[in-house]
Design a protein around this ligand. Structure first.
Ligand code: NIG
Ligand code: FE
Length: 435
């Protein structure tokens, strides 16, 4: 329990899921398979934040209310559901323009990779992103992050990959950093100059791959913590991915792979071989490669919004959890070409319906396991004494209602670092306030 009076107490929580698996759990490791359902449920709960914005007490109301002092701000959750704030572990936040015209082409039979090969797709966004002024990129990214916040996302990963040359890639990193300066969210940066091969470099791809490797050092120095490669038939080969990501590891970067998104391409196997932090997409990953990811301690990041938007089959999340014993996370993949929606609530509903995950699994995948996929295990995604006071207060009382009421937000308020950063809640100073 807290040493002194709390700065803020979120009181009258009907149901709290802490994502704390109990005694001996420091919250730093992803939960695997059946353990993803251990959400640390507390009925009639409260959470207290200290003056530094960290959780100083959490659990049944009676105990937490003991740390209410005369100056404590008491927030009335009105019986709603509360969980750790969400972590979006895979976004292409910074880009210019939009590509809705490709939907019409795909609906008429065009293939995602054919559009890219013809110089559209990712390459169209590369051209628009390179040409856009910094302020325009910042405005668009800031608006997207603000929308994510309204859905309870207080930590997100942001990839580069629409520059494909050093200056333009560094500019994407700088835009993402500027977004984080102006908004309450924390952003984890991933260098992804290996997102596409420009058509004019196809005959010269070995040199382009070496140039990508040369970009990684400066990008690390500019704040990137991870490197990611789009390993896919027709994009980067497994050997190219291995070459780039081995060098990334030598530079001290964490490793991620866009793996087996459109065809079985060997990406998941490579991710396991390299001990990647995450392998993402995985629609066409084989049973063996999924088992390999579990052994390597790699988090499987499912992106159900992308499968929906590209009209692909859902990833095999049930196999991942039930058979392979994997730690699964869900993320938005927010980008203009394959997942143009910042609506994290909808992504979670799609995980519930299309990935057939239970509500417990979905919330674990969107919080604790997502944090582990971006190197924030034990720092985000869990409500535990000493960890940041990032949480979501829902107007709804049960997580199943939240997931089934698809496409609508049930978020009442969002707290980051112990401060309310979105929404409205009834608040009082504690003097005179009674249970
Ligand atoms: O994760 N697959 C590669 N990258 C993104 C799509 C990017 C785009 O189409 O602009 C993805 O789906
Ligand atoms: Fe992606």
């Amino acid at each position: 329990m807290a040493d002194g009076p709390a700065a803020v107490v979120i009181d009258h929580i009907g149901l709290l899921w802490t994502m704390d698996a109990g005694a001996g759990d420091d919250g730093a490791q992803a939960l695997h398979g059946a353990a993803m359902r251990e959400v640390g449920a507390v009925q009639d709960a409260a959470v207290a934040f200290d003056g530094e914005g960290r959780v100083c007490a959490v659990g049944p109301r009676a105990g937490v209310r003991e740390c209410i002092g005369p100056a404590t701000e008491v927030v009335d959750a009105a019986g709603g559901f509360v969980c750790p704030a969400f972590v979006d572990a895979h976004t292409h936040l910074v880009h210019a323009g939009s590509r809705e015209a490709e939907c019409v082409m795909r609906l008429a039979g065009a293939d995602y990779l054919d559009v890219l090969r013809a110089g559209g797709g990712i390459m169209q966004t590369v051209r628009e992103t390179r040409a856009a002024p910094f302020a325009a990129l910042l405005g668009q990214a800031r608006e997207s992050a603000r929308r994510m916040l309204a859905h309870g996302v207080t930590t997100l990963e942001a990839k580069t990959g629409y520059g494909l040359e050093l200056e333009a890639e560094l500019r994407q990193l700088r835009v993402a950093a500027a977004v984080a300066e102006g908004l309450p969210q924390k952003i984890v940066h991933t260098a992804m100059p290996a997102h596409a091969i420009p058509p004019e470099r196809r005959n010269d791809r070995d040199r382009f791959v070496r140039e990508i490797v040369d970009m990684l050092g400066p990008m690390r120095d500019a704040g990137a913590e991870f490197a990611d490669v789009f390993v896919e038939e027709g994009v980067f080969s497994v050997d190219e991915g291995r070459f780039i990501l081995s060098r990334a590891k030598e530079l001290g970067l964490g490793v991620k792979v866009h793996a087996d998104e459109l065809a079985p391409s060997g990406g998941a196997k490579l991710a396991a071989e390299l001990g990647a932090a995450s392998a993402d997409h995985l629609l066409f990953a084989t049973d063996d490669s999924l088992r390999g990811l579990a052994q390597a301690g790699t988090v499987a990041v499912c992106l159900p919004g992308t499968s929906f938007y590209l009209q692909k089959p859902a990833a095999r999340a049930r196999f991942m959890m039930d058979e392979a014993g994997l730690a699964v996370a869900v993320a938005s993949d927010y980008n203009p070409g394959s997942a143009p929606s910042e609506n994290f609530a909808l992504v979670m509903s799609l995980a519930f319906f299309h990935l057939r995950m239970t509500p417990e699994e979905v919330f674990c995948a969107a919080t604790r396991n997502a944090a582990c996929a971006i190197g924030r295990g034990g720092r985000a995604g869990v409500l535990k004494v000493g960890l940041p006071g990032d949480l979501v207060v829902f107007a709804a009382r049960h997580p199943t209602y939240i997931l089934s009421h698809y496409g609508e937000s049930q978020v009442q308020a969002v707290f980051a670092g112990g401060r309310r950063v979105y929404g409205e809640v009834a608040t009082s100073r504690s003097r005179g306030s009674r249970a």
